[in-house]
Write a new protein. Structure first.
Ligand SMILES: NC(=O)c1ccc[n+]([C@@H]2O[C@H](COP(=O)([O-])OP(=O)(O)OC[C@H]3O[C@@H](n4cnc5c(N)ncnc54)[C@H](O)[C@@H]3O)[C@@H](O)[C@H]2O)c1
Length: 312
């Protein structure tokens, strides 16, 4: 089986390429990535066919999708605050980029298309846990662009019969996720600071909650989806229904690094949602065998990865 990954040089994409190449059924992995937030180092040592450039380039997509049985579309500018600063940039990469990927999939003869949407589409809707039947209420340009991503997949299924699987990722974390830049996600930012003995920066009072999912679990589900050809005409939450506050996260981290962590408090960020927790009945019905890596174990692997980086 041949699989193309857009955004394959990113955090989730690099982990997914590794997971797919470990499966005997997969004979080729091609990657399209413009290296805007990802890096070739994430694919180091992996036998992938690399196409450097943007998903907005139809010719490049045609090259990368030739002969592909499945496309996993992860390419996007993945940050809420980045989209607040540059809404058009997020729209081009995430919404128009998805449309280009779907058009290229049609030209390539209709491979199975699995794509990453986001829990941020639930936005202002306060109901917990979030089930896919809830009204979506995006609060940021990023969330709007992800709503477009999943809606285009659904529309391409209905209009052109494309086999699609739009996933809503929640907060994914683990090795390869970068810290130390303005748009870093909370776990790498906390782990990086904690391992280096610096204070962590906490936006708001730490009571906000998230359904954290270890990247290895996400990649196992993605690989299983691709290998079994799992399609669904509506979005599917990819998370496991846990609800951890940032204060609880800091507590877990303190016990893992074995030292107290100093906290610098700052104001809440525009576009952030207060609470997030998935209902995963739809995921469970499609992937009954998946067992998530528990938060503590995933955090321990993440701490280990950051420590290796610090040591050189
Ligand atoms: N990490 C999370 O918690 C999370 C949560 C919800 C959704 N997602 C989604 O999952 C996907 C992967 O996210 P990630 O966390 O691995 O982020 P990432 O930034 O590490 O990966 C995105 C990759 O896409 C590439 N890219 C960006 N714009 C591109 C373009 N125009 N053309 C080609 N490549 C482009 C980047 O260089 C990068 O390698 C994204 O679609 C993101 O929106 C992630």
């Amino acid at each position: 089986m041949r699989v193309a990954i857009t955004g394959g040089a990113g955090f989730i994409g690099g982990n997914l390429a590794r997971e797919l190449l470990s499966r005997p059924e997969v004979s080729r992995v091609s990657v399209v990535d413009d290296l805007s937030t990802g890096g070739k180092a994430n694919l180091e040592g992996l036998d992938v066919e690399f196409h450097e450039g943007t998903v907005l380039d139809p010719g490049l997509l045609d090259e990368a999708f030739t002969g592909a049985d499945a496309v996993v579309h992860l390419a996007a500018l993945p940050s809420v605050p980045r989209s607040v600063r540059d809404p058009l940039g997020s729209h081009h990469a995430n919404a128009t980029g998805t449309l280009q990927v779907l058009e290229a999939a049609r030209r390539a003869g209709g491979p199975h298309v699995v794509a990453a949407s986001s829990s941020s589409v639930y936005g202002a809707n306060p109901v917990l846990p979030k089930h896919e039947g809830l009204r979506t209420a995006p609060l940021s340009p990023y969330a709007v662009s992800k709503q477009a991503t999943e809606s285009y997949l659904v529309a391409y299924h209905h209009c052109y019969g494309l086999r699609v699987l739009p996933f809503r990722f929640f907060n994914v974390f683990g090795p390869l996720q970068p810290a130390g830049h303005a748009y870093a996600a909370v776990i790498p930012a906390f782990v990086d600071a904690a391992v280096a003995g610096r204070p962590v920066v906490l936006h708001g009072d730490g009571s906000q909650t998230r359904d954290f999912t270890y990247v290895g679990t996400v990649c196992r589900v993605l690989a299983d989806a691709v290998l079994r050809g799992v399609a669904h005409p509506e979005p599917v939450n990819l998370a496991f229904g846990t609800r951890t506050s940032l204060r609880e996260l800091l507590g877990e981290l303190e016990s893992l690094v074995g030292a107290p962590i100093a906290v610098e408090r700052t104001g809440p960020r525009a576009g952030d949602v207060p609470h997030s927790q998935a209902d995963n009945s739809r995921l469970r019905s499609l992937f009954p065998d998946v067992e998530p890596v528990p938060l503590r174990e995933g955090l321990a692997r993440t701490v280990e990865w950051f420590r290796e980086g610090v040591q050189g």
